[in-house]
Design a protein around this ligand. Structure first.
Ligand SMILES: [Zn+2]
Length: 405
């Protein structure tokens, strides 16, 4: 018993080393074994063993680098290691209200194809949801002359309270039911492992890997879409909370017994700032019977319509209050406001910034930087793909250990 525990600890340790080596190789374009050993403060022998395992699994490959010593004729070419991009194809999926965006990438994250699938219904029964994702993936693979069976993993980003480790959805605006374990349905619908994650966490992941969060240790990403999401990165890692639902900024209460939120509670920030809330407010304010779109409200406000200006201004003030609360709680290096261009300017106007500054507890230090990033739908999916690559790497390294034992 003791022996088996010791051997499983050794396997765990080897897996951790293999993953760290893989991450180090991913962080550079190409790197030598000795440079990996230096970066990870590990012995060259340990790195040689880990890279041999990764090479045999086909996850990395050797390439010839420049000669170590250009001045001598004897300078032999250095052997460098890089990811083997072609070894896996991974899909990143973002489910929005009216469409599903799919991006297919290789193991290096290079885009193979992207595809947008229209949705008739924003809310779906769980089985319809997984079937629709399969259809979208099937068509996406078709555009690249590939098939579903070529996929090594799929990561699906949806709005809501998600326990990513269990593929369990406590609640999502994309599903008609609460408390859904999507694992069995995804296994039935797809021929490869699938991972569900909160969409704001995926944007935080994408900001960290390719965007404004690069190189930052602690930052927050507020996503502005149909609802309001939050991704929290602390010490370089995504913080999810104990139940996987610790970043529900949209459901921060800003008003006692206030407006009804789509989550079923009252007084949530989202019930004042989310697109559906603005449409609801503007419809009541104008006493119109027809539902209006956010674009209608923005156009009317630009044309000087006082009611539309008032609805947007109130949303901005509520949002500013929420963001100053975030700064008071987390004291991050930076807050990134992320959304589609043209759709949330009223949430980062000078008035909103003043509200934020006035709401932050006063200290003699500059405020965290507030940056605005305009992301298209493909970027959400890109974050999903980045998370998918991470998860597939973990699975493949585990498989390696299973074969070795
Ligand atoms: Zn709510």
């Amino acid at each position: 018993m003791l022996k088996s525990k010791a051997s499983s600890n050794a396997t765990d340790q080897r897996n951790i080393t293999r993953l760290r080596v893989l991450e180090q190789i991913r962080a550079t374009e190409a790197i030598s074994r000795i440079d990996i050993a230096t970066a990870l403060e590990t012995s060259p022998a340990t790195i040689t063993s880990a890279t041999a395992d990764l090479l045999s699994a086909g996850l990395i490959q050797e390439i010839e680098g420049e000669s170590q010593s250009k001045s001598t004729r004897r300078g032999r070419p250095r052997v460098l290691l890089k990811l083997h991009g072609g070894c896996h194809m991974i899909a990143g999926v973002k489910v929005a209200r009216h469409q599903i965006s799919v991006i297919l990438v290789d193991f290096e994250g290079t885009e193979i194809a992207s595809y947008t699938h229209p949705l008739d219904e924003a809310r779906m029964a769980p089985e319809i949801f997984t079937k629709t994702i399969r259809t979208a993936l099937d068509l996406a693979c078709g555009t690249a002359n590939r098939s579903l069976s070529d996929l090594s993993g799929v990561c699906i980003g949806i709005a809501g309270l998600i326990d990513a480790e269990k593929n369990f959805v406590h609640w999502s605006s994309s599903l008609t039911e609460r408390n859904v374990d999507l694992s069995p349905l995804l296994s039935k619908a797809l021929p490869c492992p699938a991972f569900i994650e909160n969409d704001a966490n995926l944007v935080a992941k994408a900001e960290q890997l390719f965007g404004l969060g690069k190189g930052l240790k602690t930052f927050l990403v507020v996503t502005i879409e149909h609802g309001i999401g939050l991704g929290i990165v602390v010490d370089g890692k995504l913080y999810r909370g104990e139940r996987g639902c610790g970043a529900e900024f949209g459901h921060l209460k800003v008003q006692l017994d206030g407006a009804l939120c789509q989550c079923g509670q009252r007084g949530c920030l989202e019930a004042y700032v989310g697109e559906y809330a603005l449409i609801r407010e503007a419809t009541i304010a104008s006493q119109a019977t027809d539902p209006r779109t956010l674009t209608d409200i923005l156009t009317a406000a630009n044309a000087g319509d006082a009611r539309s200006i008032s609805v947007l201004s109130r949303a901005g003030q509520m949002f500013g209050m929420g963001v100053s609360n975030l700064i008071n709680l987390f004291d991050p290096e930076c807050i990134i406001l992320s959304g589609t261009r043209g759709s949330f300017e009223y949430l980062h106007s000078e008035d909103v910034m003043t509200r934020i500054r006035n709401g932050v507890v006063s200290v003699d230090a500059p405020l965290p930087e507030i940056k605005v990033n305009h992301w298209g739908d493909s970027m959400w999916a890109k974050g999903a793909a980045a998370y998918g690559i991470e998860q597939v790497s973990i699975l493949k390294v585990r498989e390696l250990a299973a074969h070795a034992n």
